[in-house]
Design a protein around this ligand. Structure first.
Ligand SMILES: [Fe+2]
Ligand SMILES: [Fe+2]
Length: 278
């Protein structure tokens, strides 16, 4: 079985005392094949927060794949924000802002949706450029299509179907629909993201695979959002991360929540995907 843990929105600088250690112990108990960190590793991109993030990654036995979130670009040092927004990220987390990882059953492609600025009032909302979308075929070309294809980004692509909090609609990443269509064209099975500090799954149906026939089969892209792994900004949920398990051509995503007794994996998966063989 291939196991990938997806941690999001850790926000080092706002974590409760001792919680990072508890998460490290949980992840090292039976190390997954990969730990994905889908952005917002820090609260405000301060150096001491990045140092904590580096120490956390260094303490994990599993390899990691990280993409930046909006909080990982400094809001205080505007010169750095505009001239070298990823200087600290590259120093403490990794040089590659869009890394790739694969084994025999899964291929994981990172996308950076954080932006130093946008022509909008709120710069925290992410964006995917046309160039990033155009580059998807070449990024997937070297990765066998028999593997589960997983995209990791910080910002969300699909809304929650029923929003129990009844809050105003949340903003999705810019060009989300174009990106989802491109993901479907590349047979991406799963997109994992964060930013909202809410756990949910949703699905996007691509166009008919066989045009002008009665066959209406489509490629489905499942999106799964993770809650915040350690931050106190929990939006009504416990701290949690997601655990992706792949076995016998089936991928399941489970929420693992921080309970009094420790980290507890849900009995029922948030999402289940059977690999569609082309
Ligand atoms: Fe966040
Ligand atoms: Fe965020």
């Amino acid at each position: 079985m291939t196991v990938i843990a997806q941690l999001s929105d850790i926000h080092f600088g706002s974590e409760a005392e001792g919680e990072a250690q508890s998460l490290v112990e949980e992840l090292n108990r039976e190390p997954p094949d990969l730990v994905v960190l889908s952005g917002d590793l820090t609260l405000a991109a301060r150096t001491d927060e990045f140092e904590k993030a580096r120490a956390f990654i260094g303490a994990l036995k599993a390899p990691t794949l990280s993409v930046p979130g909006n909080h990982d670009i400094t809001p205080y040092d505007l010169f750095e924000r505009f001239t070298a927004p990823y200087r600290r990220w590259r120093r403490y987390i990794g040089l590659d802002l869009e890394p790739t990882w694969c084994n025999g059953t899964a291929a994981v492609v990172g996308l950076n949706t954080a932006r130093r600025m946008r022509f909008r009032l709120n710069w925290s909302h992410g964006s995917l450029s046309r160039g990033q979308i155009r580059s998807l075929p070449s990024r997937f070309a070297a990765l066998e299509s028999s593997r589960f294809r997983i995209v990791v980004a910080h910002h969300p692509f699909l809304e929650e179907e029923t929003d129990e909090l009844g809050e105003r609609p949340r903003v999705m990443v810019a060009r989300a629909q174009d990106a989802l269509a491109a993901f479907a064209a590349q047979s991406v099975d799963l997109v994992v993201a964060g930013h909202l500090h809410r756990t949910y799954a949703a699905a996007f149906e691509g166009p008919p695979l066989k045009e002008a026939t009665d066959d209406d089969s489509r490629h489905r892209v499942t999106t799964v959002q993770a809650g915040t792994a350690l931050s106190a900004r929990r939006r009504g949920e416990e701290n949690s991360f997601n655990r992706i398990e792949i076995e016998d051509r089936i991928l399941r995503v489970y929420r693992v929540a921080r309970c009094e007794s420790g980290w507890q994996r849900a009995a029922e998966p948030l999402a289940e995907i059977e690999k569609q063989v082309a």
